[in-house]
Design a binder for this molecule. Structure first.
Ligand code: SAM
Length: 270
C-alpha cells in the first residue's frame, strides 16, 4: 500500500466527492443491506430516520427503497457542497426526504425519530461518545441507533493482492505509528468501529447487536473492465502503484455495524 499524508478529523469532504462516489459504489452487497433492514432490524412499519454526516445522501439511496411506504428521512452534514448535491439527487422527492447543513456537535432535536443512523462518520471524529449521545437523544423510546464504521486495522488486514511481490505486512510498522500517534494526540481512534458497541452498552442502549458488512471488493483480470477497475481499486484503497500489474485485488470492507435500542422492548424486535 501507498501511505498518504494524514487526513485529519476536520477534513472537508466536499472536496472528496469523487472519492466518496467511487467508494460508495463498492461498499455494500445490496442483498445483505436488505437482510439487515428486513430480517435483523425488522423494519416493517413506516419509520422516521435521521442520518448524521449523511454526505451526498448515499444511505438514503439504499435505505429508502427498503423501508415501508410512508417512511421519511432527514440527512444532516457539515459540508454545504455535499448537501447541495444531495438536494439535487433528491429534487423530486421532497416530501419523503430533506437535508440540512449542520454540525453534528451543535445540532439539537427533540426525540422524534425511530432510527438514528450514521456511516463512516464516527471514524473521522475524536468524540465518538458525544455523537452517540446525540443519536440516542434524537430517537424516541424504543428507537434504534445504528452506526456503520470501519475499524482501520481490520480493513487493512482485509486486503490481498495477487502479485509475487505482495507483502501484506509491509506497512504495519508505519500504520501502527501513525494510528497510535493520531489517537494519542487526541485525534481519531483507528479501531473505533469495533468499539462502538461497548460505548452503546455504556450509554444504556439495550438489545445491542453487531454485524460485519460482508462486501469484498474483488477485481480480477477476467473482468471486462479490469484496467479501469484496477486503477479505481488502487486509488480507493491507497495501494502502492508498484502493484498495478497484479492479477487480482481483493479488499474486505469489514465495516462494523453496531446497533442498539433506547429501551429493552425494541420496537423492531419480535
Ligand atoms: C466519510 S464521509 C461519509 C458520508 C456518508 N455518511 C456516506 O457514508 O456516504 C464523512 C461525512 O461526515 C461529515 N461530517 C464530518 N464531521 C461532521 C460534523 N461535525 N457535522 C456534520 N457532518 C460531519 C462529512 O462532511 C462527510 O460527509
Amino acid at each position: 500500500m501507498k501511505m498518504e499524508a494524514d487526513i485529519g478529523s476536520n477534513k472537508d469532504w466536499g472536496l472528496e466527492k469523487a472519492y466518496l462516489h467511487s467508494t460508495r459504489q463498492n461498499l455494500w452487497n445490496n442483498d445483505y443491506f436488505e437482510f439487515l433492514v428486513k430480517c435483523v432490524w425488522k423494519i416493517d412499519k413506516p419509520v422516521k430516520i435521521i442520518d448524521l454526516g449523511c454526505g451526498y445522501g448515499y444511505l438514503a439511496q439504499i435505505l429508502l427503497p427498503l423501508v415501508p411506504e410512508g417512511s421519511s428521512y432527514k440527512g444532516i452534514d457539515i459540508s454545504e457542497e455535499l448537501i447541495d448535491e444531495a438536494n439535487e439527487i433528491f429534487a423530486n422527492n421532497k416530501t419523503q426526504v430533506c437535508f440540512e447543513v449542520a454540525d453534528i456537535n451543535d445540532y439539537e432535536s427533540v426525540a422524534e425519530y425511530d432510527i438514528a443512523i450514521c456511516q463512516s462518520v464516527i471514524r473521522h471524529r475524536n468524540n465518538p461518545e458525544d455523537i452517540l449521545k446525540k443519536m440516542i437523544s434524537f430517537v424516541k423510546d424504543n428507537g434504534l441507533v445504528i452506526c456503520i464504521e470501519p475499524s482501520r486495522r481490520m480493513e487493512n488486514a482485509g486486503i490481498f493482492i495477487d502479485n509475487k511481490m505482495y507483502d501484506p505486512f509491509e506497512n504495519d510498522d508505519f500504520l501502527k505509528e501513525r494510528w497510535l500517534s493520531e489517537e494519542h494526540l487526541g485525534g481519531r481512534d483507528y479501531q473505533v468501529g469495533i468499539k462502538v458497541t461497548v460505548f452503546m452498552e455504556k450509554l444504556g442502549l439495550k438489545n445491542i447487536g453487531v454485524r460485519i458488512n460482508d462486501y469484498v471488493d474483488f477485481i480480477s483480470a477476467d473482468n471486462e473492465s479490469f484496467e479501469a477497475e484496477s486503477q479505481r481499486f488502487i486509488r480507493d484503497h491507497s495501494i502502492d502503484p508498484k502493484y498495478s500489474d497484479s492479477n487480482s485485488f481483493l479488499a474486505a470492507r469489514c465495516h462494523v455495524i453496531s446497533f442498539g435500542y433506547k429501551q429493552s422492548e425494541g420496537r423492531f424486535f419480535d
